[in-house]
Design a protein around this ligand. Structure first.
Ligand code: ATP
Length: 245
């Protein structure tokens, strides 16, 4: 069991694509059992930040640690402790939920009994018993989304990153996802919830960071941010961006 004060530590992160600075001098931390909402419009740098955290791209400058491991020096250790959910993730149409999950479990070295245990745990957490036996092509969007989440957390990562995870979901699937985020936090995990949908952050976040043109223009507890926006995160965001300009 790891006992770290912060499960995610981003210090002075800058990421450049050629001449373009997608993220500039970004610093924030996320504690175990905390949901950090990374908020900003399209192009603000949210996806870039999550890609660095998940070791898919390297930082240009700065230090990034996940569960105590540096993303550049120890990418494999980072990946073992991290799950990533994207809005638009695809799953193989012809396979059943169980087959998809067995395939991905292999990446984490979960086979035989260990796989069965992981499957039982995830199926219980996400209420997806029926989903396991159905082919992906015959699933509802909500069922598919559960498969996407399940495969991201089969190895019980203490860090979970969600990037616009409710994109394209109907009302029931969205509700199930938000409830899952709260349940996963309750287990003591650190979560980054990245979105441009402020109302979702209002529901699940403990802390919020406002990202605008690659810079963190505000960070605070959700309550502080709501007070700044007279009860609305959207208003707080707009106010802060204007002040920063
Ligand atoms: P979105 O929700 O639209 O993905 P975002 O907040 O996640 O927005 P990023 O995708 O991180 O933002 O993009 C930040 C900036 O970096 C944008 O200006 C984008 O055009 C640019 N960018 C992102 N990826 C690349 C890339 N591979 N090459 C060049 N520029 C990129």
């Amino acid at each position: 069991m790891i006992s770290l004060r912060y499960m995610i530590e981003v210090a002075g992160l800058t990421k450049a694509y050629g001449q373009r600075l997608a993220v500039r001098d970004l610093t924030f931390r996320v504690a175990p059992g905390e949901v950090y909402a990374l908020l900003g419009p399209n192009g603000a740098g949210k996806t870039t930040t999550l890609r660095v955290l998940s070791t898919l791209i390297r930082p240009t400058q700065g230090r990034v640690r996940v569960a105590g491991f540096d993303v550049v020096q120890d990418p494999l250790e980072v990946r073992r402790r991290l799950g990533l959910v994207n809005g638009g993730m695809r799953v193989y149409d012809r396979l059943t939920g169980r087959e998809v999950l067995r395939f991905f479990a292999g990446f984490y070295g979960l086979e035989g009994q260990a796989f069965q245990k992981a499957l039982d745990w995830v199926a219980g957490l996400l209420e997806m018993e029926e989903t396991l036996e159905r082919r992906v092509m015959e699933m509802s969007t909500g069922m598919r989304q559960k498969v996407v989440i399940a495969r991201a957390i089969l190895h019980r990562p203490p860090v979970l990153l969600l990037d616009e995870a409710t994109a394209g979901l109907d009302v029931f699937a969205r509700r199930a996802l938000l409830d899952f985020v709260k349940a996963y936090r309750q287990l003591g995990n650190a979560i980054i919830y990245s979105t441009h949908v402020m109302s979702e952050a209002e529901e699940v976040a403990d802390r919020v960071g406002f990202l605008h043109q690659g810079r963190l223009v505000y960070e605070g507890s959700k309550e502080e941010a709501l007070a700044l926006g007279e009860g609305s995160l959207e208003q707080a965001f707009v106010r802060r961006v204007k002040e920063a300009a």
